[in-house]
Design a protein. Structure first.
Length: 383
């Protein structure tokens, strides 16, 4: 039995009597337009299990055209033990409606998604089934995005306070240590140098945190994301990633993104550096870009909702974060590194949020890899 799946209607329910379409009822063409406008995938199977209808959302969900779905079926994209296929088999066997809630679906190629599933027999078409899905990943993605925004805002307040309360006294401490060093013996000079070193380290930490306090609107222009990524790759290959392999899988037809070039360079340098440290010497980093139908979000101050179709992924072959940290990767002061400050990814989330985008973390097991996925709007959608 499929976990989380239960019958939702008794067996043996008599089919509803056939009725003529009343005057003024929607035409078949209008009904088709309505079904195609639904945000969730809808498919119809005949008694032999062949897909006889799929709406636009279903084509996007399974990344197959309606004709391919009819000719190949779902077994082309789902493994034989998929809970979705099991659910269809149960509904066909019992000729009863079934539903699955928060069902994890794995696709050939490594993709995973969580969805609510509903399968209903068509009373007037014996053996036919209607399948409807509602992806839960969209809701989870938006929830994570709002969490990241809240975490970033909390860091702004903390950073402003620390910059004011700590940075100024540091200059006095360092100056006093330098004065003591001039008249001190060798052992005392070693201690004063230690004081100066630690003061400089704290100052650098505060400088990093001050990156959160700048809430002014960024100056942005249409930018070619591949030029930005190419610049980041050249820096990485000549520095921290010179002993690693960096691969690119780009969609060359991507339109421009409205961005602050320097800020995005900072973001991707941070992500690639983290990937290099996770993969280790001899490891592999893959950077991908793609165009996909993104989720629609309403940004603060925007008059309309925008889509996020530009996808950039930074993938590494490292072990990933501990499971207990996976849901807190972009919160301040959370780090899987022994000596990490936990500010790098929080700053990344803030910058991406300032661009009207979304960032998410994903760990896949087959093959083992860590993915940081960024979704950004088109330049034309945000102007």
């Amino acid at each position: 039995m499929t976990s989380g799946v239960a019958p939702v209607a008794p067996e043996g329910v008599a089919p509803a009597p056939s009725r003529r379409r009343p005057p003024g009822a929607p035409s078949a063409a209008l009904l088709l337009d309505i079904v195609n406008a639904l945000p969730g995938p809808v498919l119809c199977f005949d008694a032999q299990g062949v897909v006889r209808f799929s709406n636009t959302a279903a084509e996007q969900f399974f990344n197959m055209s309606a004709r391919q779905l009819e000719e190949r079926g779902l077994t082309h994209v789902l493994p034989a033990d998929s809970p979705l296929l099991s659910l269809l088999a149960e509904a066909r066997l019992h000729q009863s409606s079934f539903a699955g809630h928060s069902v994890e679906l794995a696709f050939f190629g490594g993709g995973q998604i969580v969805a609510d599933i509903s399968v209903t027999p068509l009373a007037e078409q014996p053996g036919w089934l209607l399948l409807m899905l509602q992806s839960r990943s969209i809701t989870q993605l938006i929830d994570r995005h709002l969490t990241h925004q809240g975490a970033a805002r909390s860091v702004v307040g903390v950073a402003a306070m620390l910059a004011h309360e700590i940075k100024n006294p540091l200059s006095g401490i360092r100056g006093a240590a330098q004065l003591l060093e001039d008249g001190a013996d060798e052992s005392s000079q070693e201690l004063t140098r230690l004081i100066c070193t630690e003061v400089d380290r704290i100052r650098a930490l505060v400088d990093r945190m001050e990156g959160f306090t700048d809430t002014r609107p960024m100056e942005r222009h249409p930018e070619n994301i591949h030029q930005i990524l190419g610049h980041v790759r050249r820096i990485a290959e000549n520095g921290f990633a010179k002993n690693l392999t960096i691969r690119e899988r780009y969609d060359p037809s991507l339109p421009p993104v409205l961005a602050n070039r320097d800020r995005l360079v900072q973001v991707f340098l941070n992500l690639v550096k983290n990937a290099a440290e996770a993969a280790g010497e001899g490891g592999e980093i893959t950077i991908t870009t793609a165009y996909r139908h993104g989720v629609k979000v309403a940004l603060r101050g925007a008059s309309r909702r925008i889509t996020l179709p530009l996808e950039i992924c930074v993938i590494d072959s490292g072990p990933g974060a501990p499971p207990e940290l996976a849901d807190h990767m972009f919160e301040p002061f959370v780090s899987a590194k022994t000596n990490g400050t936990g500010l790098g990814l929080a700053l990344v989330a803030k910058v991406i949020g300032d661009h009207g985008g979304v960032i998410e973390y994903e760990r896949q097991s087959d093959p083992p890899r860590t993915i940081f996925r960024i979704l950004l709007p088109l330049a034309t959608d945000t102007q």
